[in-house]
Design a binder for this molecule. Sequence first.
Ligand SMILES: *Cc1c(COP(=O)(O)O)cnc(C)c1O
Length: 504
Amino acid sequence: MVLSKTASHSDVSVHSTFASRYVRASLPRFKMAEQSIPKEAAYQIINDELMLDGNPRLNLASFVTTWMEPECDKLIMASINKNYVDMDEYPVTTELQNRCVNMIAHLFNAPLEESEPAVGVGTVGSSEAIMLAGLAFKRKWQNKMKAEGKPIDKPNIVTGANVQVCWEKFARYFEVELKEVKLREDYFVMDPEKAVELVDENTICVAAILGSTLNGEFEDVKRLNDLLLEKNQETGWDTPIHVDAASGGFIAPFLYPDLEWDFRLPLVKSINVSGHKYGLVYAGIGWVIWRSKEDLPEELIFHINYLGADQPTFTLNFSKGSSQVIAQYYQLIRLGYEGYRNVMENCRDNMIVLKEGIEKTGRFNIVSKDDGVPLVAFTLKDHSHFNEFQISDFLKRYGWIVPAYSMPPDAQNVTVLRVVIREDFSRTFAERLAIDIQKVLHELDMLPAKSIESTTVTVTAEKTEDGHVVPKKSAIETQREITTAWRKFVSDRKKMNEKMNGVC
Ligand SMILES: *Cc1c(COP(=O)(O)O)cnc(C)c1O
């Protein structure tokens, strides 16, 4: 066989990829190269660089699904080239999304008549879902105020200071003031009494969280509903509630079916949930469900009738993939109520095992709840020798990604470590992580005090000029300084590595 001369140097099917010139030459990082490279080389180079990413299964920072059954992976790959928006070409995919909307609306106890279709839509995630729900509230409020001849330039939304960043985005992008109920050093979710105090005539809705991102705790939506009903009665307003059930929406119906947090409460007008969190689908799907047609202003809906039948759409994006919708439908029919309950029970049991392992060290206070989202959030009892950021850092050496972060105001002096328990976090993992945390504590105990230069904090009693002795700094002040210094250390290092550490 005669090889052509031009092929002999460049063809990776002649040389192995690693013996070819493509892995020896450096690729331009920020400009497109002049020449093409063979597909084998492109694959290998990218695959290898990606090996330096963390392992998603060990990423305990995230609620987002990292494992699905191989049968579902097959369906996802088979639909990877389907644009969801082409509803006339892919009517079955559209039908599957509508079935998902209806199943989830029933799961949330939407008050639907027998054959009445539910009102809702699949989104890219809870963030898009929340933008849509927020816009619906804003428009409804504007319509009402206009009808009453009142100004519409100062809408606000009431939330706890523990809201996920997407609410801050909604507020800024769509020009709504965010009125946040401050937390306390021993209370990390929205206090319903304080929330209702903040409500005024310009409040488009109060947003409660079912499963606070920070410690997994469910906010008391029922109490909020009852207090707000009273206030509405007194004032004549009709301020509604939105429930951000991004993480809790697929937990509460299975583990706590009697907990009233959803459309059973009359003021709850819309709910969002992340399909890609405990809905058990890979990243890229969320849902927003409205209580009824009346809660979604008609003028926000675009009607497409490609299908002959009317297909209402209300999304921020036009094109998107179909795979996640299909994968959500797979999970709903494959697992059913029984399957979801089993998964959630497993998560809760594994959470308890890990929590007990962490408690056994005697070194931490647990700030998550047994009856919230299955996660363990914990904080050091004693900060004199090291802090939570160092524990997080040391755990990386064992392969675990466990984030540390400070709470929002007024609990900003509390720093927590958080481990999210997902479906694929097995009992073996829980036991192993508890052992590794113990090892890390031991290693940190062995380090000379203040070994990290930038976290050094001097805590001494001082004499002032007139001879008074200034008392030692309180534990809280000391911790605040350690946290600030450590944050600076970490952020300098991050700048160096161009890396971001996300909590989502
Ligand atoms: C994760 C989360 C969000 C954002 O959801 P995405 O699906 O990631 O866009 C919003 N609110 C809460 C409470 C969350 O936990």
